[in-house]
Design a protein around this ligand. Sequence first.
Ligand code: PGA
Length: 249
Amino acid sequence: MRYIFANWKMYLNYSETGELANKLVDLEISDDIEVGVFPNSLAFSNVLELVGKNISLGAQNVSWTPQGAYTGAVSAWFFKEVGAKYALIGHSERRYIFGETDQDIKKKIEACFDSGLIPVLCIGDTAEDKENGKSEYRIKKQLMKAFEGLGVGQNQMIIAYEPVWAISKAGQGEDCGSDQAKIMHDFISQELKNYTDLEFPIIYGGSVKSENVESYLREDSISGVLVGNASTKFESFSEIVEITNKIVK
Ligand code: PGA
């Protein structure tokens, strides 16, 4: 199975989101590919209604408390109730812009397990980590903080390796070649063995586009891609799916 996940972030407004979803309805998707879309929470139900037959939906973020006096929060349970399958947890924009901590991230993973969502745990080294030769250290630590004391049991989970320096801002990110991504993916799968016997898919994210998606997907240790900017335009996203269709054939 290959995962093609579209993280629409807050790039699109409500009507643009609907327009893009409308175009995705006719997308041809091979049975060996799972396409997942992570729209803005407000547009979630609308997108699900439009594309839910052949595309899975996920939350960009969840809060860990099921219900109660938590102003502004949207729980994992709420997303599950309206039809979400996945949730992005610990995306670098949540960590570094909104100050999400490792403890928050662990609680959110637990909330996904308890509510029945599949967490997509995002981890990644910063530019500073890379400069200081601390990329593996950062990954090791993020995994440790997420997994230590976590009862994984038989729960499903996906790991997304997203080097922060490769994530695009307004379409621009430094390129993390597939060779470099592969090294980190291999490192992550080794590290995961410390915490579980299950084999979780590890997907890559960071400036993935139609021009480079094939190079990532040709690596055995890269089970899919998490696409931000390029997933918000129908032409580039449909090209990514088409290329993946050919790869899995
Ligand atoms: P990008 O974003 O494809 O725009 O670099 C990826 C992500 O942040 O998930």
